[in-house]
Design a protein around this ligand. Structure first.
Ligand code: ATP
Length: 648
């Protein structure tokens, strides 16, 4: 055991970092700007604890997102901790940690439901139950014109807030829910009654644990059991004999996660605590994230922490710091020694921007000075044109946070319609690829596999088996599309798919240009499938982008589809290469890259109004180390460019 300062590789800690690394106070908070070395300093503090004799498995680091787990592991390796030691540390999201504690306390794992589409039937049942309970005192307040299915998206958004803020748990248990109280809480009465029924259904499954858990239910369920005393700080599941507890991205902590954190601190009284965060990186406010949990709530409910600063960004130049500071309306200092080149590229159309970005990526592969290029798109559909240009130039790339565009269900649907309409299955020669094609067609047609031989299986398994059989050879694939996908499709979807195939069958470029999207009506098609409007809009936008790309090929209808097949094959032959990566901004949180490109900073494309959009741009711009490139349409620049003093 030694109290000498841990000596990192690659960096020399500043005095501020050293102070945090060596401080022995039980509670410490660090609020600092993006790039000011919060995660690195957390890594230094962890390394110092190990040097002082702590066992790796007594260190717990919690984050709110999976990319932040990766970022902390990277920083730990960067400062010289052997990978084997990093593996032994407990670095988890609040969600994963809570699920693990619950599994131990409940003696088994509850089923985890991961998509809005899979949770939808439970929400619909909850609405119907709420509207039909005989003891309901205000039935007239539950009446609505809308069908239950149309209410699901809004309800799930509200449920996120109810869970994250633990709204119901803070009410007096004797208090009866009334329309007035629901109003006072900021939710409709139907929302509150449906929530109650939804929770009744969700928790009603197994005697010891809920029937299922959805996003955010890990911390929520654990926090609820802690508040009710069913799990206590003295329970073995929480007594982890911890020596150090850290939280990165503390700004994105909500009430449920904070309740879990309080219990972990209480259960491990000998552990020191360090939390770091940046108020301007809150991008999960829809789940009740609140920077107050590293401020007033922390003081009131956990104790008065020491507060130490990290005043300068170490990632990028003072010039970039000035721009992001202007965007976030706060002072921003940065290390003079770091140079970051900022480049604004005016592109009159998304297609020109895509071509520019592809050339940048090509040049990136041809040089050695910069390692990583990350293109951070605001919406996944924006990657279609960019990926297409990359494939045209033969530039290898990877996608993170979304699937490459040729693998997404929307692309497979459109290609599948063409393949079936023209009986040209070029590019779908292998069964694995046909399996994905059939799943996409089933998804958008709304058809269910209904086979007498498969009735003993649950619907997901029945679909899997039927699709695998149908994908085995091309004749079976054709027969399945006719006999299952189209025959048992939702009637309106069937009309749309038939109309789209009729256009494709004409193999006429003008008809394809003028009528394909009208016939397919992607938004209506997608809105039947996806719960969230934003997901439906993204899927529809994706199909629109694909149509644009096909038109711009000027190769005729058949030529464009043949090109998609050829590009798909070429992409699959490409060796994995992480030097050029396209990703969502969310998937880049906490990470950094030599060159960052943020495309489409134009009105109507990035999103302007909500503070969440501003914070997303702040996160995106602050990922850059040596180069930041922003593209925008000069005829309609985003207001954020002016706010960041990048244009007049
Ligand atoms: N003492 C140092 N000297 C030089 N570079 C440093 C030093 N400390 C940290 N850095 C570098 O500064 C950069 C930013 O660090 P880090 O990722 O820890 O910041 P952060 O505050 O967690 O960022 P964000 O909030 O954006 O995730 C990294 O490249 C890191 O290696």
């Amino acid at each position: 055991m030694s109290d000498a300062a841990f000596q990192p590789t690659h960096i020399t800690p500043s005095d501020e970092q050293l102070a945090i690394q060596l401080l022995r106070t039980r509670l410490l908070l660090v609020q600092a700007n993006a790039g000011a070395a919060k995660t690195t300093t957390l890594a230094l503090r962890i390394a110092q604890a190990l040097q002082r004799g702590a066992q790796p498995d007594t260190v717990l680091a919690l984050t709110t997102t999976a990319p932040a787990v990766t970022a902390l592991k990277e920083r730990l390796a960067h400062i010289g901790l052997p990978r084997a030691v990093v593996q032994q540390l407990r670095i988890q999201t609040f969600e994963a940690f809570s699920l693990a504690v619950l599994a131990e306390a409940e003696g088994g794992k509850a089923q985890v439901v991961t998509s809005h589409e899979l949770v939808k039937p439970y929400v619909v049942r909850a609405i119907e139950r709420a509207q039909s309970l005989p003891e309901e005192r205000h039935p007239e307040d539950l009446l609505t014109q809308a069908l239950p299915g149309d209410l699901v998206e809004g309800l799930l958004d509200s449920f996120d807030v109810l869970k994250g803020r633990m709204v119901v748990e803070h009410l007096d248990p004797e208090q009866r829910m009334t329309p007035e109280l629901a109003d006072e809480l900021g939710f409709g009465y139907l929302t509150m009654r449906a929530w109650r029924c939804y929770e009744f259904i969700r928790r009603g499954g197994h005697p010891d644990r809920p029937e299922f858990r959805f996003d955010g239910d890990g911390p929520y369920d654990l926090a609820r059991l802690l508040m009710s005393g069913e799990i206590a700080a003295g329970d073995a599941a929480l007594q982890l004999n911890l020596s150090l507890i850290c939280v990165d991205e503390m700004h994105d902590v909500n009430r449920a996660a904070f309740t879990v954190l309080k219990a972990v601190l209480a259960a491990n009284p000998r552990a020191a605590f360090v939390g770091v965060g940046d108020r301007d990186q809150v991008i999960h406010s829809q789940t009740g994230a609140d920077a107050g949990f590293m401020g007033e709530h922390f003081h009131a409910e956990i104790g008065r922490p020491a507060v130490l600063p990290l005043t300068r960004s170490r990632r990028f130049s003072p010039q970039l710091a000035r721009h992001v500071g202007a965007l976030a309306r706060k002072p921003y200092a940065a290390d003079d020694a770091v140079q970051t080149h900022i480049h604004l590229e005016r592109c009159e159309s998304p297609r020109l921007a895509a071509a520019f970005i592809a050339r940048q990526a090509q040049a990136h592969h041809q040089q050695q000075a910069l390692t990583s290029l990350r293109v951070l798109v605001r919406h996944a559909a924006q990657s279609v044109a960019i990926e297409h240009e990359l494939l045209r130039l033969g530039v290898p790339y990877a996608a993170v946070g979304f699937a490459p565009y040729l693998e997404r269900a929307e692309t497979l649907l459109v290609r599948g319609l063409y393949a079936h309409a023209l009986d040209d299955f070029t590019g779908f020669e292998d069964p694995a690829h046909r399996t994905r094609l059939l799943n996409a067609l089933l998804l958008f047609s709304g058809a269910k596999v209904d086979s007498i031989e498969l009735r003993h299986l649950d619907s997901a398994e029945a679909q899997r088996v039927a699709v695998a059989q149908a994908a085995a050879d091309l004749d079976a694939t054709r027969a399945f599309i006719d006999g299952h996908v189209l025959r048992s499709a939702n009637a309106s979807a069937r009309r749309q798919l038939d109309a789209a195939m009729a256009i494709l069958r004409r193999n006429d470029f003008d008809a394809f240009e003028a009528s394909f999207l009208k016939a397919l009506d992607p938004l209506t098609l997608a809105a039947r499938v996806f719960v969230r409007r934003q997901d439906a809009e993204q899927a529809a936008d994706h199909m629109t982008q694909l149509h644009h790309v096909a038109l711009h090929e000027s190769a005729g209808v058949a030529g464009a589809f043949r090109l998609f097949s050829a590009m798909d094959q070429a992409r699959r032959r490409q060796r994995a290469n992480d030097r050029v990566v396209l990703s969502s901004i969310e998937a880049a949180k906490g990470l950094e890259f030599d060159h960052v490109i943020v495309p489409h900073l134009s009105r109507g494309e990035f999103g302007e109004g909500a503070s969440e959009n501003r914070n997303l741009l702040y996160v995106a711009m602050t990922r850059a180390r040596q180069r930041l490139t922003l593209t925008f349409d000069p005829t309609r620049p985003s207001r954020f460019l002016t706010d960041a003093a990048l244009i007049d």
